[in-house]
Design a protein. Structure first.
Lengths: 138, 393
C-alpha cells in the first residue's frame, strides 16, 4: 500500500541524519571544538560558534522527556493510527542536548510516562525514508 | 535610571472589533476595514491621520496585507507597513512595533490589526499544510505532529511530571474564563461550563480535552497607537505603553517558557513588580499555556499554578483577574489582539462597554465584568513570545 503520510524534506544540514536512519543508525553532530552535541542538525555550534563538527553514532536508547497522545484526527492519513503517542525523547550520552521528537510504539498510550526508558526502532516507511521511532526498553 | 526611553511616551488611543463568528461571510479585507474604521473613530482620528499599518499572521498568510488594507481604506500617506509571521506569539509585539515607530518619529498614528476567517476558511487547509515539511517541521510532522495541541501539550506533560499539575487544575482555569465570557456580549462561548463538563469532554490531544482548547474564529480586531502627547487630546483617557518585549529566544526546558527571562526585564523597564499589575490578559490557546505564562512572568511561584487557579485567584475579584474577556478559550481566537483590546477597555475611564451592565458598572458578577479600579494591565503572547505593560492615564 502506498505510504501517503508526510515525509521529511531534508536540506544540506539535515540530510546526513536521514541517510543514517536509512542505514538504521541514529547519528548527531558533535562539535569538533567544544565537543557539544548539536540538535537539530546545523552547521554552527550555538555554544562556541565553531563550524567544525563530526557526525557520530548515538546510543539507540533514551528517556521520555514529555509526550502527548493524539486522539483527534486533523490529517486524514493518520486516521487509522489514533490514539498514537508523540514524545520528546532525550538520547543517552548526549548531555541532554539531543532531544528527538518521535512516536512511542508497542506500548498502550495509558502506560507511557515521563521518565520512561525507551530504545529506537527504525521504521522503513518508504524505500527513501526511515523514521526513528521508540519502544519501551524491556 | 532604567534604560527604557520609550516608557509612557506612547499610548493606545483607539480600539475596534467586528463580530466574532464561525462564518463572517465576507473577506479578511472587509473585516479588517470594519475593525479599523471603528478603532480610528474610537480614537477621534480620521483615516487620513493613519500613516503606519502593522499586522501579523502565522506561517501561512491568511490575511489582507497592510499595504492592501491601506489601499482599501484610502489611506493617502503610508510611511511604514509591516506584516510579521509571529502569529499568537506576536500580539503584544505588534503593539510594541507600533509604539517604536511612533516613538522614533517615523509615524504619527499606527494602525495595528489582525483579521482572519480561520473557522470558515482556515480549517480546510490544515491537512494540506501538513505535507509541507521543511526546516524544523521535518523532525515533527512525519510523526503526526499537526495539531497545535500536540506541540503545546508537550509543555503541559513536562510540567505535570515535574510539579504534579493535573488536568483537573486545567478545568478550573477553563471554567473561570467561561464565567468571564458569559459577561461579554461579543464572546463566542457563553454557555455555562462546569468542572464536570470539562472533565467529561473528549480527549483532543492528551493532556488536553476539548474544553482545554480554544475555538477558531472569523473576525478582526484593530488598535491605534499614537504618541502620549497626542493621546491626551484624543477622545479617551490615554492607555500608556509602559514597557514591551517583542521577541523570544530559544528555551530548552518545556516546563517553562521565555517569560522566565523576559519577565524580569519587562518589569524592570516599567519600574514595577508583578504585584503592581491589576489585570492580566494572558495568551491561552490551551488552558495550560495560560497557566505556565502566569508562572513564568512571576505572577505565581513556579509549580504552584494548579492550587492558584483552584482557589480562584484569577477571577474578576481575585488577586489577579486573568482573561477578563474569556480569552481565546471562550471569547474568540483573534490571535491575542483581542487580549490587547480587553486590557485597554479595562483601563478606560468608562470601563468595558460590552458587558451586561446597563449604565454604570455595578461590579455585580452576574452582569458586570469590569475589574475594580485597575491601574496596570499585562498582556502576553504565545510561548511568552512577546509581552507588554499598559497603564491607565
Amino acid at each position: 500500500m502506498e505510504y501517503t503520510k508526510p515525509l521529511p524534506t531534508p536540506d544540506q544540514d539535515t540530510l546526513p541524519f536521514w541517510e543514517a536512519c536509512k542505514q538504521h543508525e541514529l547519528k548527531a553532530q558533535k562539535c569538533s571544538s567544544c565537543s557539544s552535541y548539536r540538535w537539530r542538525p546545523r552547521g554552527l555550534c550555538p555554544k562556541c560558534r565553531s563550524w567544525e563538527f563530526q557526525w557520530v553514532p548515538l546510543k539507540g536508547t533514551g528517556t521520555v522527556y514529555s509526550y502527548v497522545v493524539v486522539h483527534h484526527v486533523t490529517v486524514p492519513e493518520f486516521a487509522d493510527d489514533v490514539p498514537y503517542v508523540i514524545a520528546h525523547v532525550t538520547i543517552d550520552g548526549t548531555d541532554d542536548e539531543v532531544r528527538i521528537t518521535t512516536n512511542i510504539i508497542d506500548c498502550p498510550w495509558e502506560n507511557v510516562q515521563v521518565g520512561m526508558r525507551v530504545t529506537v526502532v527504525f521504521d522503513d516507511v518508504t524505500p527513501e525514508f526511515t523514521l526513528p521511532k521508540f519502544r519501551p526498553l524491556k | 535610571m532604567v534604560d527604557n526611553p520609550i516608557k509612557d511616551k506612547t499610548a493606545v488611543v483607539g480600539i475596534g472589533w467586528t463580530a466574532f463568528t464561525r462564518r463572517s461571510g465576507t473577506s479578511t479585507a472587509a473585516l479588517a476595514a470594519q475593525a479599523s474604521l471603528m478603532a480610528i473613530e474610537d480614537a477621534g482620528l480620521r483615516v487620513e491621520d493613519i500613516d503606519g499599518v502593522v499586522s501579523y499572521y502565522h506561517k501561512h498568510n491568511d490575511t489582507v496585507d497592510p499595504k492592501e488594507l491601506a489601499h482599501y481604506l484610502g489611506i493617502p500617506r503610508l510611511d511604514y507597513h509591516l506584516l510579521h509571521d509571529g502569529g499568537g506569539s506576536w500580539n503584544a509585539g505588534s503593539i510594541v512595533a507600533a509604539a517604536a515607530l511612533v516613538h522614533a518619529g517615523l509615524c504619527k498614528n499606527v494602525l495595528v490589526y489582525r483579521s482572519k476567517n480561520t473557522y470558515s476558511e482556515g480549517r480546510a487547509t490544515a491537512p494540506k499544510r501538513a505535507h509541507e515539511v521543511t526546516g524544523a517541521d521535518q523532525f515533527t510532522t512525519p510523526f503526526g505532529m499537526h495539531h497545535p495541541a500536540a506541540n503545546f501539550g508537550q509543555y503541559a506533560t513536562a510540567h505535570m511530571a515535574r510539579y504534579g499539575t493535573t488536568t483537573l487544575d486545567f478545568a478550573h482555569l477553563a471554567v473561570t474564563e467561561r464565567k468571564h465570557a458569559m459577561l461579554n456580549k461579543k464572546a463566542q462561548m457563553r454557555k455555562p461550563m462546569t468542572i464536570e463538563d470539562h472533565q467529561n469532554s473528549r480527549w483532543i490531544v492528551y493532556p488536553f480535552r476539548l474544553l482545554d482548547c480554544c475555538q477558531q474564529t472569523d473576525g478582526s480586531v484593530a488598535v491605534v497607537v499614537s504618541s502620549a502627547e497626542r493621546a491626551r487630546d484624543l477622545r479617551h483617557n490615554p492607555v500608556y505603553i509602559m514597557a514591551g518585549i517583542g521577541g523570544n529566544a530559544y528555551v530548552a526546558d518545556l516546563w517553562q517558557t521565555y517569560g522566565v527571562y523576559s519577565g524580569p526585564r519587562l518589569f524592570e523597564m516599567a519600574e514595577i513588580t508583578p504585584k503592581d499589575v491589576s489585570v492580566a490578559e494572558v495568551y491561552d490557546p490551551f488552558t495550560f499555556m495560560c497557566m505556565t505564562h502566569l508562572e513564568d512572568f512571576g505572577f505565581v511561584p513556579k509549580g504552584e499554578i494548579g492550587p492558584w487557579v483552584r482557589e480562584g485567584h484569577n477571577a474578576l475579584d481575585g488577586d489577579l483577574p486573568v482573561n477578563t474577556h474569556g480569552g481565546l478559550l471562550s471569547e474568540a481566537h483573534i490571535h491575542g489582539l483581542n487580549h490587547i483590546i480587553e486590557a485597554v477597555q479595562q483601563l478606560r475611564t468608562e470601563g468595558v462597554v460590552d458587558d451586561l451592565c446597563d449604565g454604570p458598572h455595578t461590579f455585580d458578577r452576574s452582569v458586570c465584568r469590569q475589574v475594580k479600579e485597575p491601574q496596570i494591565a499585562f498582556v502576553c503572547g504565545e510561548g511568552a513570545g512577546s509581552a507588554i505593560l499598559l497603564r491607565k492615564g
